[in-house]
Design a binder for this molecule. Structure first.
Ligand code: GLU
Length: 289
């Protein structure tokens, strides 16, 4: 059974970019007769806005993007993330790290577009052996060890063959944050596997994340879903639409028009006869194509 998902961070309501991601994953799953799940990525409560989850669900319903089963909230899953973290440390694939950002910036010898790569300072210190310490420490994946010389390759459904040397390009990335929270990559990988997700369709802004997530799946012995990254809707100034740059939350006033625009953005060509149609009618058309 094909299982797709939409996994918004409830830091605000849906904007046009997130509607495009929701629609793309919905259409792909439904066209293949699959299930479509919704997961709220609310691990970091400080980034979430009270009520944004309910607003997103209301918006999805207005767009007739009806999901299957219960919505999974990542804030209820910390035990599963903790167990995955401990299994990785136990296997020697991950290690505790006490470095501050300042230390990392000062000691780094390599950088990428997200900043300084971790220079490996704590890799062989065995800090996690003292169990009580782990409480206040970050945990990192030993990427070179997990990768064992084999670069990560995958076939993207939209962008074709991709390859990444994670150890080289990203270094030992964080799995667990000092704030005692699972980091994004760990939570996503654990939940995609737990929910049986077989297909991930999401915005191209997450293309960079995929090799790190595949490497983590390898370390945890989890299956790798199929990945498709759809083009990103940009604001008129060329910036990514996001809450950080104040992309407007879609009002609930013209769901048919918004959905029409999102379909067109994804390269669909709804017939003129459907101009002014409801979301149900538009999706009915899109799913009969
Ligand atoms: N929660 C992430 C976001 O809203 C998406 C995660 C994913 O699709 O893997 O950007």
């Amino acid at each position: 059974m094909l299982i797709g998902r939409f996994a918004p961070t409830p830091s605000g309501g849906l904007h046009f970019g997130s509607l495009v991601a929701a629609l793309a994953s919905f259409l792909s799953a439904r066209r293949q007769g699959g299930r479509w799940l919704v997961r709220m990525e609310d691990v970091d409560q400080l980034r979430c806005e009270p009520g944004a989850d309910a607003l997103i669900l209301r918006q999805l319903e207005q767009y007739a993007l009806h999901w299957d089963g219960d919505v999974l909230y990542q804030s209820t899953r910390s035990e599963a993330y903790r167990a995955a973290r401990d299994a990785l440390m136990h296997a020697g694939w991950a290690y505790a790290c006490r470095c501050s950002r300042t230390h990392i910036r000062a000691a780094a010898t390599r950088w990428n577009r997200e900043g300084a790569l971790y220079p490996g300072t704590c890799r062989s210190l065995g800090l996690h052996a003292a169990k009580s310490l782990v409480k206040n420490l970050a945990v990192r994946l030993d990427t070179a060890k997990v990768q064992a010389g084999a670069i990560v390759e995958f076939m993207d459904g939209a962008l074709g063959a991709q390859a990444c040397d994670v150890a080289q390009d990203w270094g030992d990335f964080v799995l667990w944050r000092v704030e005692d929270l699972a980091a994004y990559h760990l939570a996503v990988v654990v939940d995609d596997a737990w929910q049986g997700v077989t297909e991930v369709v999401r915005g191209a802004d997450l293309l960079d994340s995929t090799p790190r997530q595949i490497l983590l799946q390898r370390a945890l012995g989890l299956p790798t879903p199929r990945y498709t990254h759809v083009p990103l809707a940009l604001a008129a100034n060329g910036q990514k639409l996001s809450k950080q740059n104040l992309a407007p939350c879609l009002p609930l006033t013209s769901p048919g028009e918004d959905l029409w625009d999102a379909l067109v953005f994804l390269g669909e060509r709804p017939p003129q006869a459907l101009c002014g149609a409801s979301p149900e009618e538009l999706l009915h058309w899109a799913l009969s194509m």
